[in-house]
Design a protein around this ligand. Structure first.
Ligand SMILES: NC(=O)c1ccc[n+]([C@@H]2O[C@H](COP(=O)([O-])OP(=O)(O)OC[C@H]3O[C@@H](n4cnc5c(N)ncnc54)[C@H](O)[C@@H]3O)[C@@H](O)[C@H]2O)c1
Length: 302
């Protein structure tokens, strides 16, 4: 919106996820908003009709829930990608389709920074369906000459994320717990390393990639490139917020089976294509997130 684009938003506002009208505060008059389901062709088709770029972020986002609602996960996360590609294929001037993919396509991660060439053996149906989405993009690129691009996001967080449950985007959930003076439970010793990436840095990367002709056809990692132990992140949240405490508890059985091992993204491809680099470190990002919810938290608690 800030760049002067005509933006249309399609979101189902399904209460299980993070869609929230309050997120549009200040720009509500400058975007076209449609509340609808991305899986419904007659809703989707007219919206992509005159688009130059389609950012596809709708998904069933919880990897643990993907095992509880597999068919829905397939439809919302993978089927929607195919729907979007089909709608775009019908157009004379094909828009660029940019997919929000996930590091979960990789599964168990080997030692060292995670590159885009890492073998993909997802541990959840969510990961399988994101991987299917990436493959749909590459098929449409190859056979129909459609411009596509997938960004594999690591662990995102920041202002405006959902904080009403702990199924994904845990940094925000922990910020809420700390602000409410609660005890944050960490499974095991919390030594698993993660790559936390701030929302503004993600937005910047999406925009830069969409404007970089060389990025078309690529799968690109999107993370901070910084390895942070889980317990370090939780400690940072408690310290920055100034309330709450940490408790270490045993792993629940199912979570350990989904554990991917240490993840740090190699972001050299993203940097090489766009010059992008992360601008916000974890403590600063947590402070900005906490500040946001201090002012606007009531709009995010269900
Ligand atoms: N949160 C993470 O840990 C993470 C990590 C990597 C990638 N991603 C991906 O980033 C994207 C954005 O996720 P987020 O973290 O901002 O979560 P989010 O819940 O804020 O965003 C997902 C959005 O999809 C919408 N949605 C769900 N089903 C829909 C449907 N059938 N039709 C239309 N809209 C629908 C939801 O209402 C919500 O606004 C997703 O594709 C997600 O898979 C998230």
């Amino acid at each position: 919106v800030g760049l002067g684009a005509h933006v249309t938003l399609l979101d189902s506002l399904d209460p299980r996820y993070g869609g929230n009208r309050f997120n549009l505060q200040g720009i509500e008059d400058r975007v076209r908003t449609v509340v609808g389901d991305v899986r419904v062709t007659h809703v989707l088709a007219p919206l992509v009709h005159d688009a130059e770029i389609v950012f596809h972020l709708a998904a069933q986002v919880s990897y643990s829930d993907s095992l509880a609602i597999p068919v829905e996960d397939y439809e919302v996360t993978a089927g929607s990608t195919l729907q979007i590609l089909e709608c775009c294929r019908a157009m004379t001037a094909k828009p660029l389709v940019v997919l929000a993919s996930s590091r979960m396509v990789v599964g168990k991660v080997g030692p060292g920074p995670l590159t885009e060439e890492a073998p993909t053996n997802p541990l959840s149906l969510y990961g399988v369906h994101k991987l299917a989405s990436e493959k749909y993009l590459s098929i449409y690129q190859h056979f129909f000459d459609m411009p596509t691009l997938a960004l594999r996001i690591t662990n995102p967080y920041g202002p405006r994320q959902q904080i009403h449950h702990s199924k994904y985007s845990l940094v925000g959930w922990f910020v809420r717990q700390a602000m409410e003076g609660r005890t944050i439970k960490v499974f095991g010793e919390g030594t698993q390393r993660r790559d936390y990436i701030f929302a503004d840095d993600i937005g910047e990367a999406f925009l830069r990639c969409a404007a970089a002709p060389e990025a078309v056809g690529q799968v690109v990692n999107l993370g901070s490139g910084v390895a942070t132990e889980f317990r370090e992140m939780v400690t940072a949240v408690v310290e920055v917020v100034g309330t709450g405490r940490v408790e270490f508890v045993p792993w629940p059985e199912n979570y350990e089976r989904l554990e991917t091992g240490d993840v740090t993204a190699d972001t050299s491809r993203l940097h090489g294509l766009t010059g992008w680099q992360p601008g916000v470190d974890l403590r600063t990002g947590v402070a900005r997130t906490a500040e946001y919810y201090r002012h606007h938290g009531e709009h995010y608690i269900r």
